[in-house]
Design a protein around this ligand. Structure first.
Ligand code: NAP
Length: 531
């Protein structure tokens, strides 16, 4: 088979990869998207567990690059369920005729930068490619974390992970089911599984905060209003810290009185979902303010959950929002059901997985299905799990051993002509993901175009600029309460991972910075370096 030569290889056919393909192809580049799965969708393909849904409103969690597309598409609910998002992505793929340049069932095994030729050599499960540029559109939450539970391989029942759910319908009717983990994925799936299963055992290590979604059919008046001024609506959202509507406020919780706070928190609890954290400007900046919101949320758990012992176990103890906040449809209510049992792993640690279930706190739980809802090696895992080698054969995994360094979440020193979409050091997971990735796709495409027009062959970041940038990322985080608990934002969920805070907090300054960098001919990056 002859070696295929391309201008750009994009890895991953999720939201980012699809838009990259459209954008780069429209600029005249030859592009192929390499996708491991047998279909597109990325995170929305893999995470099809019961109850999977986006917790950012659909009118915001969607592409804005094409006005006709955002006018034509109609979302059926305020928060879209996974099948509808997948349908949307399929619609976009067909609308822009993208499918023909996506290679499905193809896994990238390795990517090596050939310094003599200034080309990337990509080895996939289906063959080899040579490309000038490689763009990793591999997602921030796409490398599932499977903890090394003793005896896991011995389990003979149905074994599932929320992050790689089977495409076939899973029916828990009449089954005893165990789920380990109580993050967003678990919090969304528990109410649905509880309705089907004979019994559901929930194994919790850390209780989590969750705000009711109050999801429902799309309000036609709201949809019409937003669509009548969609570009302005998008722009307004982008001007606040997280790029999400409803989070641009100036009032401080510590300056309000008790009654005022109660009313405000109540309003946000009932209407805002993730925007609960936008009730006041100081909630993520000041521990005292944060505790006011946290204690309100804990009281809500106690109001909902009837068994006081269970309610206490479900009441989180840490700073609200420092682990990713969850949004649910009936999560705490599920624990009022007779067929749901909560097991606290702090007093009943998992000893081992057995052939028929799991042993925790000297008791064996016999289950037909075992579900791991144990999250992801976030932000870096999808990259370090591929054998990526840059200058002098250096591996990305080794280079990031003591911490992931990147300039702006876009470029990595020693890895020329390799771009990451929503990489470490960018707002990514602390922003509305779709506009964030659109920003990166446009920045990367324009950069590649600029290089073509200006006769530049190779672009790379330097150690100095990425050190400086990641220092800033951490200094900004130090001004907030984000570092005050263990979370996947700082790598604490993966034992062998460096413990460092990875997302940049603040959409507007970040957007300003990368725009300025581009305007100044990609300031901070080096072109056509000679060794
Ligand atoms: P997660 O938030 O990382 O939660 C993983 C859960 O598993 C935590 O409760 C964790 O406990 C527990 N866990 C991990 N290792 C364990 C072990 N060895 N023993 C016992 N428990 C263990 O993962 P996730 O729920 O899949 O969510 C990840 C992210 O995906 C979310 O935060 C969110 O950003 C995104 N997501 C988004 C949506 C959406 O609606 N947009 C939906 C689902 C997910 P500890 O807390 O103690 O570590």
């Amino acid at each position: 088979m002859s070696l295929r030569k391309l201008d750009v290889v994009v890895v991953g056919a999720g939201f980012s990869g699809l838009y990259l393909l459209h954008k780069l192809r429209s600029s005249g580049f030859s592009v192929a998207v390499i996708e491991k799965a047998d279909q597109l969708g990325g995170t929305w393909h893999w995470n099809r567990y019961p109850g999977a849904r986006c917790d950012i409103p659909s009118l915001q969690y969607s592409y804005q690059f094409d006005e006709d597309l955002q006018q034509d598409w109609n979302w059926s609910e305020k928060y879209s369920a996974q099948p509808e998002i997948l349908e949307y992505l399929n619609h976009v793929t067909d609308r822009f005729d993208l499918r023909k340049d996506i290679e499905f069932n193809t896994e990238v095994i390795s990517a090596r930068f050939n310094e003599e030729k200034s080309l990337w050599e990509i080895k996939t499960s289906q063959g080899e490619l040579e490309t000038k540029f490689c763009v990793m559109a591999t997602g921030c939450l796409s490398a599932p974390n499977t903890p090394d539970f003793k005896g896991l391989d011995d389990y003979e029942g149905q074994f599932l992970h929320t992050g790689k759910w089977p495409q076939t319908q899973v029916d828990f009717t009449g089954e005893s089911v165990a789920i380990i983990g109580t993050g967003s994925s678990s919090i969304q799936s528990i109410p649905v599984i509880a309705e089907q299963a004979k019994h559901l055992y929930v194994f919790q290590r850390t209780a989590n905060y969750s705000i009711p979604s109050n999801n429902g059919p799309m309000d036609p008046a709201e949809e019409t209003e937003v669509k009548s001024r969609y570009p302005e609506f998008r722009k307004e959202n982008w001007e606040n810290g997280f790029g999400i509507a409803g989070m641009a406020i100036e009032e401080m919780a510590v300056e309000d009185d008790e009654q005022g706070r109660k009313e405000k928190f109540n309003h946000h609890w009932e209407n805002e979902g993730l925007g609960f954290l936008g009730a006041y400007a100081d909630l993520m900046l000041d521990k005292e303010a944060n505790e006011m919101a946290a204690s309100f949320a804990r009281d809500k758990v106690k109001e909902i959950v009837k068994d006081t012992e269970v309610a206490e176990l479900l009441s989180p103890k840490f700073t609200i929002g420092c682990k990713r906040l969850c949004v649910d449809s009936g999560y705490f209510e599920a624990f009022n059901r007779d067929n749901v049992t909560l097991i606290d792993l702090n007093t009943n640690p998992i000893d081992c997985i057995t052939s028929k279930g799991l042993m925790a706190g000297q008791e064996e739980y016999l289950v037909d299905s075992l579900i791991l809802a144990t999250g992801f090696d976030a932000m870096t895992g999808a990259l370090t799990r591929i054998d990526i080698r840059g200058r002098k054969g250096i591996s990305l995994k080794d280079q990031w051993k003591d911490g992931a360094k990147s300039y702006l979440g876009l470029g990595i020193s020693n890895f020329p002509n390799l771009f990451t979409v929503t990489g470490p050091g960018s707002p990514s997971v602390l922003s509305n993901m779709v506009p964030s990735l659109e920003l990166h796709v446009e920045w990367i495409s324009q950069c590649i175009e600029w290089m073509r027009d200006n006769n530049k062959k190779v672009i790379e970041s330097t150690k100095a600029v990425e050190e400086e940038w990641m220092t800033l990322v951490n200094e900004v985080a130090d001004l907030t309460v984000y570092k005050s608990c263990n979370s996947w934002y700082n790598g604490s969920n993966i034992d062998e991972k460096a413990k460092e805070f990875l997302p940049f907090i603040g959409v507007p300054p970040y957007t300003e910075k990368i725009t300025e960098v581009a305007e100044q001919n990609y300031q901070g990056f080096v072109f056509d370096k000679t060794n």
